[in-house]
Design a protein around this ligand. Structure first.
Ligand code: SAM
Length: 235
């Protein structure tokens, strides 16, 4: 048996509405909070019994947005500036023979809302709508290996980027009482420098835009500094 068919057991609700600006791994932005909504017949209280005693979960998911684009044996990891090629199985690239991803997230709570069974999670690196194939508790004794070698991705990515907000952008964030961490989330996303490598190599001031939750965020980059110029609700 070499072909398998799996059903999604649930879907992700995430602040990240597009691939651009999603961090490259989970846990890098604690303020990225989302929900895993379990689908019937898995939206059953019995299926999550005991889960609340675990602080973190592994999520096995489908890179559904890019799955149709296929894969290649060699990829260019952004960590290497997009210049060096590595074997796809030596990377966490999205374009894989089986477009399956693996992320560890923090479990903030298990709740029922409007009849739905929802896992509240944070630190996610997942696109809104990502289909989930499986959930497993994170086991530090087996899953954490502090002495492990991690090749070209040995430490969390670091940039020296700074972030400032225009008066309009700061005020807009303060008014979003339903999203008290919006400004911090934007700041942390921009500190990761989400621009593709080839854009980073260009000189001069540039304008960018991204969507988080239902907001459009515009910013400019000048050297190592991001300035959030305007935030508006999505039309
Ligand atoms: N932690 C996972 C892993 O190692 O399998 C994902 C790593 S992958 C490098 C992270 C990137 O996947 C994000 O920056 C985002 O651009 C992309 N991504 C997240 N959810 C996706 C989805 N549903 N479909 C396609 N790409 C997605």
């Amino acid at each position: 048996m070499t072909r398998f068919a799996f059903d999604a057991i649930g879907f992700i609700r995430s602040p990240y509405k597009q691939k651009f600006a999603i961090p490259r791994q989970p846990g890098l932005i604690a303020e990225a909070c989302g929900e895993l909504v379990l689908s019937p017949p898995y939206a059953d209280d019995a299926i999550v019994r005991g889960m609340d005693s675990f602080s973190h979960l592994w999520l096995v998911f489908v890179f559904h947005e890019t799955a149709e684009k296929g894969w290649s044996p060699l990829v260019r990891p952004p960590r290497l500036g997009g210049n060096a090629k590595k074997g796809v199985f030596a990377t966490r690239a999205t374009f894989r023979p089986n477009p399956i991803g693996l992320s560890v997230v923090k479990l903030e709570g298990v709740v029922r809302k409007n009849g739905q069974l929802i896992l509240q999670i944070s630190g996610l690196d997942l696109l809104d709508g990502t289909p989930i194939l499986d959930i497993k508790p994170y086991l530090p004794y087996a899953d954490a290996i502090p002495t492990a070698d991690a090749g070209f991705a040995d430490t969390a990515p670091h940039t020296a980027m700074t972030v400032s907000f225009s008066a309009q952008a700061a005020e807009f964030c303060q008014q979003q009482t339903a999203y008290p961490q919006l400004q911090l989330l934007i700041e942390k996303v921009l500190k990761q420098d989400p621009r593709p490598s080839y854009k980073k190599q260009r000189d001069g001031q540039q304008q960018y835009g991204m969507s988080l939750y239902q907001f459009n965020i515009k910013w400019s980059v000048d050297g190592e500094h991001n300035h959030v110029t305007e935030i508006s609700p999505m039309p």
